[in-house]
Ligand binder design. Structure first.
Ligand SMILES: NC(=O)c1ccc[n+]([C@@H]2O[C@H](COP(=O)([O-])OP(=O)(O)OC[C@H]3O[C@@H](n4cnc5c(N)ncnc54)[C@H](OP(=O)(O)O)[C@@H]3O)[C@@H](O)[C@H]2O)c1
Length: 289
């Protein structure tokens, strides 16, 4: 089903969804946002739709309402469009947050809509990046059955892949996404700092690490977990790990706890891989405690 749809919150995700769905032949009713400029920009990008700062004006005519505001605004925006008679009975109202469940859309359900959530498991630092990477991403979907059915059609139209989740599972699921993406960034920042302590300039450090990062990601993809783990913990090289700990303690003590915490987890991965013998694992755990 290609339903007439509206977006509320004309930011990176909302604007990209409007354009991609409109291109796939879904009727774009329009964009409601806090600022008229954002709403107009979304309609210009989509090539159709009415721009407004009164979201109920466009959601009222939509069968599918996608709330794409920041997470903290979703519940309030939903309540406001319901209060303005902006949700038709039988409509589908959904948001794109990773951590929140569809229960935050309770006012829309009370107004006769089916509610759901559809979270793209992807990072969008810019609207252009959202346009490029929404297709092909996985989308965690949960909610009322009618909402889930239509959201699966949305994901299909976007060229994405659905991932079923429960509302209760979403905080853990989103914590996993943060570990996988945001903490990967934080980890590379820490690696650049350690390189700096070793006398390699910041300007040189990230470009030098990039082929290693790409190699790690290719190995994750091709070999998988836990087989792609390499390095001293995987091999059980206790002396090498001891040298790391001494050097970090002396020159970058702020990073010692991070190194140890991830090292303890790497011990578990190495045990699962089968390359680390239990006695060596015990010694490493003590060193990294
Ligand atoms: N960015 C990502 O990497 C990413 C990834 C997955 C999921 N998501 C989810 O997608 C949703 C949107 O994220 P985003 O990154 O697209 O955010 P964003 O670029 O900051 O856009 C949010 C838009 O919401 C509008 N807005 C804020 N408060 C509003 C209100 N009270 N009423 C109407 N509009 C309001 C703002 O519009 P104005 O410009 O008009 O002020 C802003 O443009 C969030 O739920 C987020 O968790 C984001």
């Amino acid at each position: 089903l290609r339903a007439p749809f509206a977006i509320v919150g004309a930011g990176k995700v909302g604007t990209a969804l409007a354009r991609l769905l409109a291109r796939a032949g879904w009727e774009f009713v329009g964009a409601g946002s806090r600022s008229i400029d954002s709403a107009r920009a979304a309609c210009a990008t989509a090539g159709s739709g009415t721009a407004t700062t009164q979201p109920a004006e466009v959601t009222r005519a939509a069968h599918l309402v996608l709330i794409t505001t920041p997470d903290d605004a979703i519940a309030g925006v939903c309540a406001a469009i319901v209060a303005e008679n902006g949700v038709r009975a039988g409509a589908i109202v959904a948001h794109c947050s990773g951590a929140l469940g569809s229960d935050v859309l309770a006012p829309a359900r009370a107004a006769g809509a089916s509610v759901g959530s559809m979270h793209p498991l992807q990072t969008f630092p810019t609207a252009e990046q959202a346009l490029a990477s929404l297709p092909g991403s996985f989308y965690a979907i949960e909610g009322d059955p009618e909402a889930v059915a239509l959201l699966r059609d949305v994901v299909d139209a976007l060229g994405g892949r659905p991932l079923a989740i429960s509302a209760e599972g979403k905080p853990l699921y989103h914590a996993a996404a943060v570990l996988s993406n945001n903490y990967l960034v934080a980890l590379q920042h820490a690696a650049v700092e350690l390189m700096g302590a070793a006398g390699i300039s910041r300007a040189d450090a990230l470009p030098a690490l990039m082929p290693l990062i790409r190699g790690s990601i290719a190995a994750l993809d091709e070999v998988g977990l836990p087989g792609c783990l390499t390095g001293p913990i995987s091999r059980g090289d206790r002396d090498t790990v001891r040298r790391h700990l001494d050097a970090i303690a002396a020159h970058a003590p702020d990073l010692l706890a991070l190194y140890k915490t991830l090292g303890r987890h790497a011990v578990e991965v190495a045990l699962a891989k089968g390359t680390l013998a239990p006695p060596a694992a015990g010694e490493l755990r003590d060193m990294l405690a």
